[in-house]
Design a protein around this ligand. Sequence first.
Ligand SMILES: *Cc1c(COP(=O)(O)O)cnc(C)c1O
Length: 399
Amino acid sequence: MNKQDYMNGAENTLLHTYNRFPVVLEKGEGVYLYDTDGKKYLDFAAGIAVNAFGYGNEEYLNALKAQADKLIHTSNLYYNVPIGNAAQRFLKISGMDRVFFTNSGTEAIEGAIKAAKKYAYTRDGHAGHEIIAMQHSFHGRTIGALSVTGNAHYQEPFEPLMPGVKFAEYNNLDSVKAQITEKTCAILFETVQGEGGIYPAAPEFMEGVRRLCDENDILLILDEIQCGMARTGYMFAWQKYGVKPDIMTSAKALGCGVPVGAFAMTETVAEKSLAPGDHGTTYGGNPLAGAAVDKVIEMMERENIAAHVQKIGAYLEEKLDALVEKYDFLTARRGMGLLQGLVSTMPIGEIVLKALEEGLLVISAGSDVIRFVPPLVIEKEHVDEMLEKLEKAFSQFIS
Ligand SMILES: *Cc1c(COP(=O)(O)O)cnc(C)c1O
């Protein structure tokens, strides 16, 4: 079979929910991917901010293989060893007190929403609470997560969605304040908005929302699914601000490719929140996922990946800023650490496609941002190689 056969096979069988790039990826090594024709790609997408250690990391793979040989799944009716280890490590890096492991990011958001609603229900003795979310946010594709995703295009066909959601403007404290009522149980946002176009929270906004939450007994839920797990140079982006959430979510790089997410909370929330019978999952936190999370966090801590990201992130920022200076069609850079975006007036889809031809994987965020989310283990030489390829891609637009 050749590339076209594989592509046709997929197009004839899979539900057409993606317009895929014309590449069939076959294997990875370090920070490079190879397609079925043997073409090599420098990976600045990392499977959408997932593959923090790149490809072929032996220690990680050996941990998964060893666990696969022992036990992959048990259900949550019984205890298992890996998930206990993973939970301890997750709580240590997050400063949270209780964690629930899920199969994906969207499912972590569902759990966080339920946890907040149950907390308010226990406290007030009745249901009917509201959640404030942000415009241009992204929290996932299931109905609950979609209901708090501030994007009319994603929401419209599926209405009516979950009621009781109000939208405020990100980084605008007055706008959040205006949406608070006596029914508000939680304020939810991404510490750095990802899909919406790479917008980091302003420090005043983080601190202001935390204050509003404290004054009104409202829970602060931070979505760290994309910006967490050292991507911004901090294990979780909120740690840079010194503003701690009451509930937080994680996924993407949490298992570095093994599908796993998490929502976690403080003991104060947990005491009044989900109890036996309130929530569950067949797969969530199974031994294989547990082994992945345990190993990923162990390696991130031991190798101080966050410090590495701060260093390489600063270098990437400097180089991207230089591109904004150089090219008129690039109007701004935004981001933190190795979660960076370039705002472009040229069509992003075409830039991404040209980059692909040059052997570089980058992705879009929103309608006008080129997103850079490489493996966290990249070195300066990879940034330089990326720039060379990106500028070659640009050159095809500029006469
Ligand atoms: C990707 C993402 C999600 C959804 O995660 P899935 O694993 O795709 O369900 C939620 N929130 C943010 C911030 C994300 O980037």
